[in-house]
Design a protein around this ligand. Structure first.
Ligand SMILES: Cc1cc2nc3c(=O)[nH]c(=O)nc-3n(C[C@H](O)[C@H](O)[C@H](O)COP(=O)(O)OP(=O)(O)OC[C@H]3O[C@@H](n4cnc5c(N)ncnc54)[C@H](O)[C@@H]3O)c2cc1C
Length: 232
């Protein structure tokens, strides 16, 4: 079966931190996807076609506007060209792909663990669940090095204030004196997880996914309760 392809126009590009941008693409037709899935983003740069996978960070309820949250890897092959794109420029989108979705969850509580841009699939999942008035207890453990890197922090704080079933645990590993929240790495903050009753989703760079998984297994979590997506 042919992979669906969409033409996208960048309609909004916003800097979220010194190295991360939020991109909004308006598509030529509606896309159907599940929260947690990713697309292949294709751009043209100096006559070359470049392509990389990105998790969708908008809710599946938004079918003509796709949101992506992408970190600049300065030595990278794709992101330096992408970061030169302006509003009005075009890109091609292929997908959706991926099995990192909520239909696997069988436990009554959901825990999302992410670092950096690993937050992207969880923003989509959390928006989707809350838009559908899900009563599932949802916890988001989100870690970064510095406070300024906590992407969408005020948005998650607002959602946590509005929905009693959503708990948000932001934490930083290199806190300044002003930071009075949680500290350390995500795996240092697992006491908030109900180990027997939770389904856990982890997303980020491979080393973090591996360390967090190891810690959860040590705490007695069953392997079948742990799902992950690695940004390789
Ligand atoms: C399923 C999937 C979903 C992804 N979703 C996202 C997303 O939502 N946002 C996003 O920014 N990236 C995401 N990535 C990573 C993305 O596809 C690219 O690898 C990344 O943008 C670097 O591309 P590049 O060509 O510029 O760098 P490359 O030339 O490929 O250099 C890659 C180097 O950058 C590191 N790297 C890759 N991603 C990151 C990152 N996010 N932060 C820090 N270092 C990184 C790799 O470990 C590697 O060392 C995803 C990857 C996969 C497999």
């Amino acid at each position: 079966m042919a992979i669906p392809q969409y033409e996208g126009t960048f309609v909004q590009i916003e800097k979220l931190s010194p190295s991360v941008k939020h991109f909004v693409l308006e598509l030529d037709k509606e896309i159907d996807f599940k929260a947690g899935q990713f697309v292949n983003l294709m751009i043209e740069h100096e006559g070359q076609h470049l392509m990389k996978p990105y998790s969708i960070c908008s809710s599946p309820g938004s079918k003509k506007k796709l949101e992506l949250c992408i970190k600049l890897v300065e030595s990278g092959r794709f992101t330096p060209s992408l970061f030169q794109k302006k509003v009005g420029d075009k890109a091609l989108i292929r997908g959706p792909f991926g099995l990192f979705t909520l239909d696997k969850a069988s436990k009554e509580k959901l825990v999302f663990i992410g670092t950096g841009t690993g937050i992207t699939p969880f923003r989509s999942m959390i928006k989707d669940l809350l838009e559908k008035n899900s009563e599932t207890e949802i916890s988001l453990i989100f870690g970064c090095r510095y406070e300024g890197e906590l992407l969408y922090k005020s948005e998650f704080e607002e959602l946590a204030g509005k929905f009693p079933n959503f708990r948000f645990f932001p934490l930083v590993s290199r806190p300044t004196e002003e930071w009075n929240g949680r500290k350390g790495h995500v795996q240092d903050n697992f006491e908030v997880i109900d180990i027997t009753q939770s389904e856990v989703y982890i997303c980020g760079l491979p080393i973090m996914v591996e360390e967090a998984t190891k810690k959860l297994l040590e705490l007695g979590m069953d392997k079948a309760q742990i799902h992950h997506e690695k940004f390789i």
